[in-house]
Design a binder for this molecule. Sequence first.
Ligand code: ATP
Length: 329
Amino acid sequence: MQKKKIKCIAVFTSGGDAPGMNAAIRAVTRAALANKVEVYGINYGFHGMIENDFWKLNYEDIGGIINLGGTILKTARCKEFVTYEGRQKAYKNLKERNIDGVVVIGGDGSFNGATCFSSEFDIPFIGIPGTIDNDINGTDYTIGFDTALNTVVRAVDKIKDTARSHGRIFFVESMGREAGLLALGSGLACGAEVILIPEVMEQEEELDKFIQKGIANKKTSGIILVAEGYKTGGALKLAERVKAKHPDIEARVSILGHIQRGGSPTAQDRIAATRMGVAAVDSLLAGKKNLMIGLKNHAIVEVPFSLAEKAFRPINSEFVRIQKVITRD
Ligand code: ATP
């Protein structure tokens, strides 16, 4: 069968925002226009696709956005797209504009939505992984991770000043409901005494050891980095537990929250976003579909959506091991 020529594409962002999404929108738009392909932006993810919230993108629309956090196309989660009727409305809106292919920038939930849509309708989707959690299988990297990592490190560096000055233990909570790579990476980068992540249970023993050692040496300052999804509770619960057992210890809690999602993307995020954006357009022009663009060993790869699942992504065991080595006395 002859490949259909791509003349018009759409791009949108979906799920949680991540720094670097704008750089990806810019790269997709520029790569498409360079190939004489028209581009529509869709506001608010699948919701805008259903509600017909499209706008034509040209060079001037994506000027000056490479350094901006958030997403100029806004983002959303959309229950209606999970229904066939919702997807049918979305299809009608895409068809009315003669859109031949779509680039979705988001997490694996958004890729599931795209997979579902493409099994019913004849419009191909290509995905770009955008999430600060870096938790998608098949790619070493997701857009937003490096910026979030640096935000956590800078925040913890400041908290460490107070921890040391007052002899306090700080339980610092990073984002990561199911994935601990942000906590693990930032914990290593700022020299956290203990890192607690959802994927590794025995780390709580490390916390007990650290507390006991501190009591024995009369040294009680330190950083415990906790991913919000840690199985037996986040930073608040852990701090309460320690305070209940050791009332003399000065434990404080700092929940970093949404500062981790915002801010100007780092050079690494901008470069990854630009590479992935261009690769996504290349894949659509080559007639491909249902693929996520990823980075493996610093090279661009195409990963079927069916493999790009959070659940398949193992934690970096080398990072876990080296944290144990460098905190061992
Ligand atoms: P993040 O991990 O940052 O939240 P995500 O892309 O994984 O990003 P989700 O909220 O899981 O975010 O999914 C985004 C949207 O994708 C959902 O709101 C829904 O509209 C659509 N979606 C997800 N799964 C399906 C599915 N099985 N069928 C149809 N649509 C889906």
